[in-house]
Design a binder for this molecule. Structure first.
Ligand code: UDX
Length: 435
C-alpha cells in the first residue's frame, strides 16, 4: 500500500516508521523543514526506542518526507493519515486550528490523487470533529464528495510515550471508524493486514464519532483510575496504611486489574491532561457536566501540593537547598509536558527554597532549564543531594531506587517519595506520599 502521513510528531513519525516496517511505501508531509530533513536522513525528530533503527532502514528507500502536499499527487496514496497536534486552549477545550489547516491543504490536492484515497484522522479529536469539521473542509477544498471521490475514517492511536513502537506492533485493539464506507474499511484493513495476519488483534468496526469517543474514553478511564487510587492512597496515608499493600490486594479482582494502581504524585504527559480536559469541556458544550472526570482532574492537581505539605511537616525550606530528583513526566522519556515536577518546582520557589534538580534524561533536563532557568541542574543524584535540606522524588527512574548512602550527603535528610521508588531506611526522615 501507499500511505501518506500529514504531521511528524510522536505519532506521525512512529506510524511512518512502523507502516514502512509493515512493507508499505510511506510519504510524510510536514511544514517543518528540519523535521523533513531529519526524517530523510533516517533521524527521528522525537526520542522513542526502536524508532531510529526503523527510520534508518527505510528512509530514502520506502519512506520519504516532504514539505509539499502536492508531492502526494504523484505518490498517489491509498490512504492519508492526519497525525497533527490538537493542543488545549486556555480553558482546556480542544484547539483544532492545526488539523483544520492540514485538512485544508490536503483537500486542495485530494481531487488530483487518483483512485479512491481514504483520509484517516489519527489525531485525537472530540466527538463530531471528523464529520462536522474535517469532512466539510475536505469536500469544500477538493470539490469532491465523501463516499464518492474519497473515503473518511477515524483510526485513533493508543501509543504510550517510551513504548510507542512496541504499542504499535503489539496493539490490544484496532479501532476503525469508517461508518458505512466499505472502501474506507477495506483500505484500513489492508493497511494493517501485515500486522493482523500475524497476530490475533481485535478490530473494532464502528462509526466515526464512536471511534473518536473510544479514544477519549480510553484515556479518561485510565486517568480516572489513577486519580481514584491516588484518592484511596491519600485515605491510606491518614490511617498509616500502605496504599500499595491495598492496591496489590484489590488488583487481584479481575474487574479492577492490577495495572494503573501505582498511587503517587499523579499523571502528566501530553495526553492525559489534554484529553481529559478536552472531553470535559466538550461534554459541557454538549450539555452534560462530567463531575467525576472533573474530580479526577482536581485530585490529580492536588497531589504535588500534598507532597510539598509532607515536606513542610518536617522542614521549613525558605532559603534552604532542596533537591528535585526526576523532571520527565515519566521514566523512559525526555518529555516534560505537564510533568508533576513543574508544580513541585513552582511550589518550592513559592516557599523561597533554592532548587537543585537532576533527571537522567538530558533532553528532559534541558527542556526544564528553558522553563525554569533559575534552577540549578546537575549531572547526577549525588551532587544534587549534597547539602540539601530536603529531597523530592518526582519521577520513578529506576536509578533512584539504588540511592542509599547518597542521602547521607544531605544536610537534613528529609526524603519525600512521590513515586515509591526509594526504600525507607534508618538515618533518613522518609515520607511516602501514600504509604
Ligand atoms: C497515555 C496512554 O496510556 C496511551 O494509551 C495514550 O495513547 C497516550 O496517553 P502516556 O501518556 O505516554 O500514554 O503515559 P502512561 O504510561 O499512560 O502514563 C500516564 C501518566 O500516568 C504518567 O504521568 C504516569 O506517571 C502516570 N501513572 C501511570 C501513574 O501515576 N500511576 C500508574 O499506575 C500509571
Amino acid at each position: 500500500m501507499k500511505i501518506g502521513i500529514v504531521g511528524s510528531g510522536y505519532v506521525g513519525t512512529t506510524i511512518a516508521a512502523c507502516f514502512a516496517d509493515l512493507g508499505h511505501e510511506v510519504m510524510n508531509v510536514d511544514v517543518d523543514d528540519a523535521v523533513v530533513t531529519a526524517l530523510n536522513d533516517g533521524q527521528a525528530p522525537v526520542s522513542e526506542p526502536g524508532l531510529d533503527d526503523r527510520l534508518g532502514r527505510y528512509a530514502g528507500e520506502t519512506l520519504f518526507a516532504t514539505t509539499e502536499y502536492a508531492d502526494l499527487v504523484d505518490f498517489a496514496p491509498d490512504a492519508v493519515f492526519l497525525a497533527l497536534p490538537t493542543p488545549a486552549t486556555e480553558d482546556g477545550s480542544i484547539d483544532t486550528a492545526i488539523i483544520e489547516a492540514g485538512a485544508e491543504s490536503l483537500g486542495e490536492v485530494l481531487v488530483d490523487i487518483e483512485g479512491y484515497p481514504t483520509v484517516v484522522v489519527k489525531s485525537t479529536v472530540v466527538p463530531g470533529t471528523t464529520e462536522d469539521t474535517i469532512g466539510p473542509i475536505l469536500e469544500r477544498e477538493s470539490g469532491g464528495q465523501i463516499g464518492v471521490d474519497f473515503g473518511l475514517a477515524v483510526n485513533p492511536e493508543f501509543l504510550r510515550e517510551g513504548s510507542a513502537v512496541a504499542d504499535f506492533t503489539d496493539p490490544d485493539k484496532l479501532v476503525f471508524g469508517t461508518a458505512d464506507d466499505d472502501r474506507a474499511r477495506e483500505a484500513l484493513e489492508a493497511v494493517y493486514a501485515p500486522l493482523t495476519d500475524e497476530a490475533d488483534v481485535p478490530i473494532v468496526h464502528t462509526g466515526r464519532r464512536e471511534a473518536e469517543l473510544i479514544k477519549y474514553a480510553n484515556n479518561a478511564f485510565l486517568a480516572a483510575k489513577v486519580s481514584l487510587i491516588n484518592e484511596l492512597g491519600n485515605i491510606c496515608k491518614e490511617y498509616g496504611v500502605d496504599a500499595y499493600e491495598v492496591a496489590n490486594a484489590i488488583g487481584l479482582d479481575d474487574r479492577i486489574g492490577e495495572q494503573f494502581l501505582r498511587s503517587g504524585v499523579g499523571w502528566g504527559g501530553s495526553c492525559f491532561p489534554k484529553d481529559v480536559n478536552a472531553i470535559v469541556a466538550a461534554a459541557r458544550e454538549a450539555g452534560y457536566d462530567p463531575q467525576l472526570l472533573q474530580a479526577a482532574i482536581d485530585v490529580n492537581d492536588r497531589q504535588p501540593e500534598r507532597m510539598l505539605e509532607l515536606m513542610d511537616d518536617h522542614v521549613d525550606v525558605e532559603g534552604k537547598r532542596v533537591a528535585v530528583l526526576g523532571l520527565a513526566f515519566k521514566p523512559g522519556t525526555d518529555d516534560i509536558r505537564n510533568s508533576r515536577a513543574i508544580p513541585i518546582i513552582e511550589g518550592l520557589q513559592a516557599r523561597g527554597a533554592e532548587v537543585i534538580a537532576y533527571d537522567p534524561n538530558d533532553g528532559a533536563q534541558s527542556a526544564m532549564r528553558e522553563r525554569f532557568p533559575d534552577v540549578t541542574y546537575l549531572a547526577s543524584a549525588s551532587p544534587t543531594l549534597s547539602g540539601a535540606h530536603a529531597a523530592l522524588i518526582v519521577t520513578d527512574w529506576p536509578e533512584f531506587g539504588d540511592l542509599d548512602l547518597e542521602f547521607d550527603l544531605m544536610s537534613n535528610s528529609v526524603v519525600v517519595d512521590g513515586r515509591r521508588v526509594v526504600d525507607r531506611r534508618e538515618g533518613i526522615t522518609y515520607e511516602g506520599l501514600t504509604w
